[in-house]
Structures are given as C-alpha cells and as structure tokens.
Design a protein around this ligand. Structure first.
Ligand code: HAM
Length: 409
C-alpha cells in the first residue's frame, strides 16, 4: 500500500541492515581518526550560497546545476551544503584556528545535497565522512590523509580499493598550461559539447571531468603534468614515494569537479565497479583559506561517499544476545528486571511478551537472530534458576540469577 506521501526523487530512507552498515562505517572511521589525532567538527547544513559558489567555482556542475539554492525570508541567499570542505574552511577562519591550532586535522560526517540526476550511487541527499588537514605544505600531509583513507576502507573490510592520483600543479603551472589547453579545445571545437565550448574560456580544465567527452579525446589533449614547475614536480614525486605501499596509479588526466584544488587530486574506486565510480575523493587546496580572507594556509582532505562505500560492505546484522521468553503475564515485571540487569552488563537484550504464546515468542527470538533465549516462568522464579537455550546449537542448560558471564561473547 502506498500512503499519501512518498520521498522526493533522489531522496530516500535508510533502513534495517543498511543503517547498521552506515553506523559501522562511521564507527571504524572514528576509530581511525582517533589514531591519527583528528578532531571532530560539526558544521551546519545551511550556509550562505556564496560560500559554495566562490569555493567550488561558478562554472562547475555543482554550482551551475546542482545546488539547492533559495532566498531565506530575510532575503539572504542560502544553500543546502553540497559538500563539507567550504564550511570547514569557513569555520577554520571564523574561529581563529589559524592562530590557536594552525596545524589541525578535522573530520565531519553528515548529509550533503546535490540536485543531480539520480542513478546508481547518485542521490540528491547523500552522506559523506570527510577530513580536512590544515597547515602543512609538505607532501607528508597528503600521505597522512591518503593512508587514513586506506585504513578506513581496510577496517571496514573493503580491500580491493585503488587510488587514482594526479597533480594539477600550482597557479604558476596553470599560467603556462591553460593557454595550451585552450588552443586544443579551439582546434576540437566541433567535437566538444556545448558546456565545454561555453566554459573553455573561463575554465577549460572542466573539459577533463565532463561526462560527455570521450576518453580518447581527453587522452589526446595536452596533460597538465607536462608543464609542472620544479616545486610541484618534487612535491608529487615525494608523495608518490611515501604512498608506494598502497595500490596507487598516476592518472595524468584526472581532474576533479571542484575548482579549489591545487597540486594533489585523487579518487578511490573499487576494482569491482571501475574507476568511473569514485567511492571517495579529495585533494589539496592551498589557496582556499586565503581566498576566504584567512592567512595563506595549505590544506588537504578527502570525503568518503557513504552510500557508494556501504555497497561494498558485508551485511552487518545485529544479534540479540539474550531474548527473554515470558511464560505467564504475571512474570513480566520480573522479566523487565532481568532485562535491566543483562543490559547493565552490556548485553543486547529484548523481550516481547505481547507476541503471545511461548511458540510465538520463540519465533520472534529466531527472527531477531538471538544467540540465547532465557525462559522465565513460575518454575524459574521459584527455583531461582533459568532455563536457557543456545539457538545456534539447540543446547539447553540452566543458570542461576546473576550468572551472566555465560552470555558474553
Ligand atoms: P566529491 O568528489 O564531490 O568531493 O565527493 C566525494 C564523494 O562523495 C564522491 O567520490 C562520491 O563517492 C560521493 N558523492 C558525491 N556526489 C554524490 C551523490 N550525488 N550521491 C552519492 N554520493 C555522492 C567533495 O565533496 C570534496 N569536498 C572532497 C574533499 C574534501 N576534497 C578535499 N577535502
């Protein structure tokens, strides 16, 4: 039956085992963040629209087509955040972290909003877990965030991930490179799409992340790697040395869909779906803090796409440790007491006397994938001993009040 209301296109509810996977991913990420001495920051969902327009770039798909943008009642132009980096940079400056903690690793989690055409792994509301590392110019910071990313995937049991990486150089490298790319786009004017024709003067790099252009045409264009300055070349080669223990490949045509990147950019994908389906992505953005009015501050980070990542995680089903079967309504009070004790010892405990007969309660215990059932009725209360059944083996035994160690994993 469909009710009167359904979710909007591209929005969805996350239910059942999927919720557990999201939860588990966040839990392993939090453990990894702690090991890297990375601190949480909670950023708002709604920000001034200009924050995103000025950082992500006016001629990017996100800003041109995908932002949820509206005028608030007081006339302020606001947007639902399409990503987290811009907000974290705003917060870094707004709270004077460049003075109090100039070198800091911050992480965030939560929903992002982009009005894209929905398809597999692409939603209008999706979740990210992101990291931003401020204050370090040297490539070891890039290596730190990349190893954090691999640690998270490995802890989540996803081992077949690979990283595509590239360097976009700095502003100096771009000055040399951009005119060459413009000439190429002019020469291929009739082969490129409307968007790329329009953008070629203002932001020709967008050609490389345009979904309409063929890989062959992209591969025949001049590569930004050919005109790198010495500093950028050294930065990239040192980074490649630091991360050589990981499955990493240099892709000289990788650019990203956001304008703020300088030098390193990367995307992580699984061998099972291929490189066009990025599970996470990130890079360095050494100019963004300054462009928002802060002091020159380098930074590098990434964001994990949670929906795409959980697709690769095994189902995490929760097991109830002890399900209490209440034999007779008059024992419900005692059952609540027993449940309280088990829970206080960290055991997942459930009961459902309203299910009806012992048989019906057993069915519930089975459905909840319980490890043990504990019977509670007249005899048990009188003797102070409970009958227990271990569900996986069918083994039955009795335990006394307070003998809970048997249930521990
Ligand atoms: P992004 O590449 O736009 O980068 O997004 C990061 C990841 O979020 C993508 O690789 C993808 O897995 C996921 N994602 C993006 N859009 C969608 C969507 N519509 N539906 C589902 N998943 C999606 C950023 O957002 C940057 N802020 C990353 C970063 C942090 N760079 C430096 N620091």
């Amino acid at each position: 039956m469909r009710g009167r209301f359904t979710t909007l296109r591209g929005f969805r509810d996350i239910l059942g085992e999927d919720v557990l996977k999201f939860y588990y991913l966040e839990e392993v990420a939090r453990k990894v963040f702690e090991l890297y001495n990375c601190f949480e920051i909670r950023i708002p969902v709604l920000e001034r629209a200009d924050l995103f327009i000025k950082s992500i770039g006016e001629s990017t798909d996100i800003v041109e087509k995908e932002m949820y943008l509206f005028e608030d009642k007081d006339g302020e132009r606001v947007a639902l955040r399409p990503e987290g980096t811009a907000s974290v940079v705003r917060a870094y400056i707004e709270h004077g972290m460049y003075v109090s903690t100039p070198k800091v690793k911050l992480f965030y989690t939560g929903p992002m909003f982009r009005r894209e055409r929905p398809q597999r792994g692409r939603f209008r509301q999706f979740y990210q877990i992101g990291v931003e590392y401020f204050g370090v110019w040297e490539p070891f910071a890039d290596a730190e965030v990349i190893s954090m990313l691999f640690d998270i995937y490995r802890s989540a049991g996803i081992n077949d991930v690979r990283l595509r990486i590239n360097t976009l150089g700095c502003e100096r490298c771009r000055v040399n490179y951009t005119p060459r790319l413009m000439v190429f786009l002019e020469e291929h004017y009739h082969e490129i799409c409307e968007d790329c024709r329009r953008r070629k003067e203002v932001n020709p790099l967008r050609f490389f992340d345009c979904k309409k252009e063929s890989d062959e045409l992209k591969a025949s264009a001049p590569s930004i790697n050919d005109g790198l300055c010495d500093d950028c070349r050294t930065h990239f080669s040192s980074l490649m040395e630091y991360i050589k223990i990981y499955p990493v490949e240099h892709d000289p045509y990788l650019v990203r869909g956001l304008d703020y990147y300088t030098r390193t950019v990367f995307e992580l994908y699984s061998e099972r779906t291929g490189r066009d389906f990025a599970l996470s992505a990130g890079g360095r953005y050494d100019k963004l803090v300054e462009s928002f009015g802060g002091p020159p501050t380098p930074a590098v980070g990434f964001a994990i796409g949670c929906e795409r990542t959980v697709e690769f995680m095994k189902a995490e089903s929760r097991r109830v440790d002890v399900f209490i079967i209440v034999v007779g309504e008059e024992y419900i009070g005692t059952a609540i007491e027993v449940a309280r004790q088990l829970r206080s010892e960290g055991l997942i405990c459930d009961l459902e006397p309203s299910a009806g007969s012992v048989k019906a309660q057993m069915r519930r215990a089975d459905k909840l994938n319980s490890r043990y059932v504990l019977f509670l009725g007249e005899e048990e209360v009188r003797k102070g001993k409970f009958k227990i059944k271990e569900m996986d083996t069918g083994r039955e035994f009795t335990v006394g009040w307070g003998e809970t160690s048997i249930f521990k994993k």
